[in-house]
Every structure is written in C-alpha cells, then in structure tokens.
Design a protein around this ligand. Sequence first.
Ligand code: ZN
Length: 202
Amino acid sequence: MAQSLVIRGGRVIDPASGRDEIADVLVEDGKIGAIGRLTPADGANTFDATDLLVIPGLIDVHVHLREPGFEEKETIATGTAAAAAGGFTTIFCMPNTRPALDNVDAILDLQQRIARDAVVRVHPIAAITLNRAGRDPVDFHGLARAGVVGFTDDGDTTANSGIMRRALAASGETGLPVIVHCEDKGLAMGSMHEGSVSRELG
Ligand SMILES: [Zn+2]
C-alpha cells in the first residue's frame, strides 16, 4: 500500500515556482502529490505544521564536519544530524580535517564514513595544496574524478600564486569551483587601524 502523509497548515515556500502561502502538502511514496487545501482521507498520516515553514531542502556549501581528526568537536553523525534538524538536506564539507582532504584515498575513506554515518547528502571539498600548507598542489583531476565538488585551503590562504594559477586552470578544465580564503598573513598579523590612537601609541 502506498505510504502517504499530509503536512497540514504550514507556510509553503518554493522559490522555483514562486509559491509562498499557507497550504497543506500531500506526500505519497516520498514525492509531493498535491499542494493546496486538502482533506486527508480517514486514518491518513498527518503532521501539524502550523507556524512552521515547509520548504525545499536547504543547502549549506561551507560546513566543518571535523572528521577525521577532530571528533571531539564534531563528527559526520553529529554534524549531519544538526543539518537535518535545521532543514539542510545537502551540505559541502571543508578539507581542514586531520589528515586533510588532499588526496584520493582520503576522499574515498571519507565517502565510506559518509555512507555509514550521514543522515543528509554530504559532498566533500578537497584542499588546493597538500596538507593545506600552501606549498605543493593536490591532484586536481584525480580528486575531481573521486567526486569532490570544489577546492579550497579553507581557513588558510594559498600564498603561492603559481599553485593558485594551476588550481584555477584545473577549475576551468573540471568545471569545479576554487574557493579562496582571502587573507594575506603578512598584512593581517598584528596590524591596527591607522589613525590618531595608533599615532599616539607609536
Ligand atoms: Zn571554513
């Protein structure tokens, strides 16, 4: 027998169709069957969504799952549970794990962990440089084939412009974005606003 659920009385928002209204949503076999003022059949499963939003699954493109290496902060299980609780059904995870997501084996290992523990879709973003250290580039094309959705050194700048050039060339060839942390550590360390106070302090 088909499984159905009527989500009743929520604010239904769907940017793709321009919909924003209080309505009921019929879900049949995991798909939306109808939207509007619906009268559930006797004995139908219903969920009262009064004062709640009924929306397409949200996507977060910058998430730190911290696994492997920093499980005391977050794991794939806890991070994806938090995502689901907030309405996020797809997340992209950043490569500043230990070891970093800088090679195909690390991505394959992560994908096994995701298959085992994640409760929402998780797409990894690989590093631009080995160990995110800014010195040696990763295998962009191998990582693209392994299924990453982009490249970034996350909280660290890729100070070597030659490597950044290779990353951008690989981006053009693979169609995957390069995400840049824009901070020059040579400028950002120990600076202060230039003005009367800085002059007074010398
Ligand atoms: Zn970050």
